[in-house]
Design a protein around this ligand. Structure first.
Ligand code: NAD
Length: 254
């Protein structure tokens, strides 16, 4: 038996990186996974690869931008028509853009908060009617929410908001036995992370400096975040809600 046999899952930001790895893991564990993101072609590639793996479950691509309420409505209509409920919601879509305080513009603020905070809030709010009693909601925060990171004030604040959504919603939704937890990755090798490394705002030795400060001496793999999301998705974490699960090689502790 897969750990998510017969479950219905939604993964936002599933066309790359952590979301794609988690969608694959959930499907391998037996879930029907609605994989969402902004770019249809990339989504189709991810879903095709998952379904070619003889997963116990299946993956279904739905193009949906979390910053569009119409897209979210369309997504949940599709999920409702197909499966009638959601057992696991991985609200993971996010963007990381860097700017030192003196360079922060209103556009930068609106983009980073618009996707990471506003988009995530409505992703969860609009899922409420479909969430089954006892469902698991997992929000992707970041180690940046609890550490000073150069040129990251807006991103860090946005991810701290996400971490605190988990606290509040854990309490608000406990009556339906819905658990809400945050997963906080450290540096994980994904397209988003490559973009940060290439950003001149971080300086040229960013990657080497980061590696030198990693307690486990390496960067993380998206599959390692997927493994943590799986724990939060299943009854292995049945008494855990409002918590933060660091997947960061120990970086938050130094
Ligand atoms: P990624 O860029 O590789 O993938 C992000 C996914 O989100 C992509 O599929 C992208 O298309 C999607 N996305 C972006 N904006 C969207 C929108 N408006 N609507 C729908 N989908 C959208 O990034 P990743 O590294 O896999 O990051 C996933 C999450 O993990 C993000 O929330 C990110 O902030 C967080 N995170 C990543 C790291 C890291 O080191 N990679 C560290 C901490 C937190």
């Amino acid at each position: 038996m897969g750990q998510l046999e017969g479950k219905v899952a939604v993964v936002t930001g599933g066309s790359a990186g952590i979301g794609a790895a988690t969608a694959r893991r959930f499907a391998l564990e037996g879930a029907t996974v609605f994989v969402t993101g902004r770019r249809q072609a990339e989504l189709d590639t991810v879903v095709k690869a998952i379904n070619a793996q003889n997963a116990r479950g299946q993956a279904i691509a739905v193009r949906s931008d979390v910053s569009s309420l119409e897209d979210l409505d369309r997504l949940y209509t599709r999920v409702g028509d197909h499966s009638g409920r959601i057992d696991v919601l991985f609200a993971n879509a996010g963007v990381a853009e860097l700017a030192r305080l003196e360079d922060v513009s209103q556009d930068h603020f609106d983009r980073v908060f618009g996707i990471n905070v506003r988009g995530l809030l409505f992703t969860v709010q609009k899922a409420l009617p479909l969430l089954s009693d006892g469902a698991s909601v997992i929000l992707t925060s970041s180690i940046a929410a609890s550490k000073g990171v150069e040129a990251s004030s807006v991103y860090s604040a946005a991810k701290a908001a996400v971490r605190n959504f988990a606290r509040t919603w854990a309490v608000e939704l406990a009556g339906r036995r819905i658990r809400v937890n945050a997963v906080s990755p450290g540096p994980i090798e994904t397209p988003l992370f490559s973009g940060i490394v290439a950003d001149p705002a971080q300086g040229t030795d960013f990657r080497d400096a980061l590696l030198a400060g990693m307690p486990l001496g390496r960067l993380g793999d998206p599959d390692e975040v997927a493994a943590a999301a799986l724990v939060l998705a299943t009854d292995a974490s049945s008494f855990t809600t409002g918590a933060e699960f660091f997947v960061d090689g120990g970086l938050a502790q130094v």
